[in-house]
Design a protein around this ligand. Structure first.
Ligand code: NAP
Ligand code: MG
Length: 502
């Protein structure tokens, strides 16, 4: 087992950026936290503290919510949908122009490989924003040809308007900082809402940088407020704030439940994108040339710190040994290293705590009846690296197969049933229902199985196919509501029915 690799340094431009002050963004101004608190940002590849940012508390959340409330009635509400779209398109161009910088910040705070970050900055940053910019002038109500009043009183006209829901509190996790910030910002801006965004305390830099870019582009003050802070303080204050109309939360199922409790004070609307434990089902006729790299990517993308990760492989007994051997070979070839190393495909985990948590699962796997095929160790030296780990012969009674690990650990289980429902029952035997995939050349099996998997999205012969235009969200304890696509606008809008009596 090799030691953790040497860490490469950031560019001069990024070093200069990091040496500046990173303040809260409230009402178009960069301001310190009322308490003066700061949160250190650690590079998980080197364990170095790269900078610190202002850490918001309840008082700062109050100021940010007040700014968002005022902005809702100000200049922002008077812009035409075309003007809103133009600002969003300019924002997308700014993101494109700063891909390298954003990606470096994301690599430094999160640890993910640079090439993956650059791809997500371009796809999730710029394209996601452009996709939603296209919706601004297509949000409209209906005229309804009924007469809700007594016809004898005269003629009536009923129409609906789709109005912005108001002030949105967005709370995001650390696993994909850019994508998380963008997928909250884009529908907020498209629908004419305003936002107070609290990124995860471990990854505040990309969200702040985006907020600054948005300000440069010309969004009116208070439309976008970014307030890094701890979950139990800043996050909780936002979730329970009486003047927030809606919370859009992405994170763990446990915290999602706390968000619902916190929302009851003013019955704010809530959407939740939560955890997952997604199945990847391989039938004996599947094209193994596609299955094997697909299984490696599906599980180990972002070091397995991915809500859609295919962490449970269900493989038909006839091809089980071939698949396990192929996946173990693919996993063994993944270059592990700091995200700034262009060759790296597997970075460190986000933190020492997260690695310890994942290693507890690995230890539980080692002491179960599952077979450890490869990996299973943390890497010595600096950085929170660990080996990608494969357990075979798992079953759904095992902790490693049931619970979300959120790390590079793949469980492989066999099936021999020809009864599709029995396979689907095993695939569905978790509290989650976010993603899943079916691998076969038989189109009837593919579509039948896709229908039986209880999750918000299912892919056939690929895994976790995500696009801004395609609805995304979880069934069961993976969430409430959908983001992305036309449906992704609904949680940010409220319908008003108006009736005129002539
Ligand atoms: P987390 O612990 O639930 O934290 C998510 C966010 O909530 C962070 O900003 C966190 O702040 C904040 N928070 C924590 N406690 C809070 C409270 N009491 N009130 C309000 N906010 C609070 O999740 P994580 O560890 O960052 O991320 C991993 C989880 O996110 C996994 O379960 C993963 O599956 C899920 N996830 C889901 C999706 C999806 O789209 N379905 C996407 C990505 C990740 P601090 O970080 O400062 O504590
Ligand atoms: Mg957490």
């Amino acid at each position: 087992m090799s030691a953790a690799p040497e860490t490469l340094g950031p560019s001069a431009r990024t070093r200069e950026y990091l040496s500046g002050e990173h303040l809260l963004l409230i009402n178009g101004e960069r301001v310190p936290a009322a308490s003066g608190d700061k949160i250190e940002v650690q590079d998980p590849a080197s364990e170095d503290i790269v900078t610190s940012v202002a850490g918001a508390g309840a008082e700062d959340i109050d100021r940010a919510v007040a700014a968002a409330r005022a902005a809702l009635k100000g200049e922002w509400s008077k812009l035409t949908s075309y003007e809103r779209a133009r600002l969003m398109l300019k924002f997308a161009d700014e993101i494109d122009a700063n891909i390298a910088q954003i990606a470096e910040l994301e690599v430094l705070e999160n640890g993910l490989p640079r090439m993956i970050s650059e791809f997500t900055v371009a796809k999730f940053g710029a394209e996601f924003m452009r996709y939603f910019a296209g919706w601004t002038n297509k949000i409209h109500g209906k005229t309804i040809p009924v007469s809700p009043m007594d016809a004898a009183n005269g003629e009536t006209l009923t129409y609906t308007r789709r109005e912005p829901i108001g002030v949105v509190g967005a709370i995001t996790p650390w696993n994909a900082p850019l994508a998380m910030a963008i997928l909250k910002l884009a529908p907020v801006l498209a629908t004419g809402c305003t936002i107070v965004l609290k990124p995860a305390e471990l990854t505040p830099l990309v969200a702040l940088y985006l907020g600054e870019l948005a300000h440069k582009v010309g969004f009116p003050p208070g439309v976008i407020n970014v307030v890094p802070g701890y979950g139990h303080t800043a996050g909780a204050a936002l979730a329970e704030h009486p003047d927030v109309d809606k919370i859009s939360f992405t994170g763990s199922t446990a915290v999602g439940k706390k968000i619902i409790e916190a929302s009851t004070g003013n019955l704010k609307k809530v959407t939740l994108e939560l955890g997952g434990k997604s199945p990847f089902v391989v039938f004996p006729d599947a094209d193994l040339e596609r299955v094997i790299p697909g299984a490696v990517r599906g599980c180990f993308f972002l070091q397995g710190q991915n809500c859609m990760a295919s962490t449970r492989l269900f493989v038909h007994e006839d091809v089980f040994d071939n698949v396990v051997e192929g996946v173990a070979g693919g996993v063994g070839q993944m270059p592990i290293g700091p995200g700034l190393d262009p060759n790296s495909l597997l970075g460190p985990l986000i933190s020492g705590d997260q690695r310890s948590r994942v290693m507890e699962f690995v230890d539980a796997g080692k002491s179960s009846d599952a077979e450890l095929v490869c990996g299973g160790e943390a890497l010595p030296g600096r950085g929170f690296f660990m080996q990608p780990t494969l357990f075979s012969r798992t079953n759904m009674d095992m902790k490693i197969a049931r619970e979300e690990i959120f790390g590079p650990v793949l469980c492989v289980q066999s099936f021999s049933d020809s009864e599709l429902q029995a396979v689907a029952d095993e695939a569905n035997a978790t509290v989650y229902g976010l993603s899943g995939s079916v691998w076969t050349r038989d189109i009837s099996v593919a579509h039948k199985m896709a229908a039986m998997i209880d999750s918000g999205q299912v892919s056939i012969n690929c895994h976790a196919a995500v696009d801004p235009a395609v609805p995304f969200g979880g069934n069961k304890q993976s969430g409430w509501g959908r983001e992305f696509g036309e449906e992704g606008l609904d949680p940010y809008l409220k319908t008003k029915a108006t009736t005129v009596l002539f």
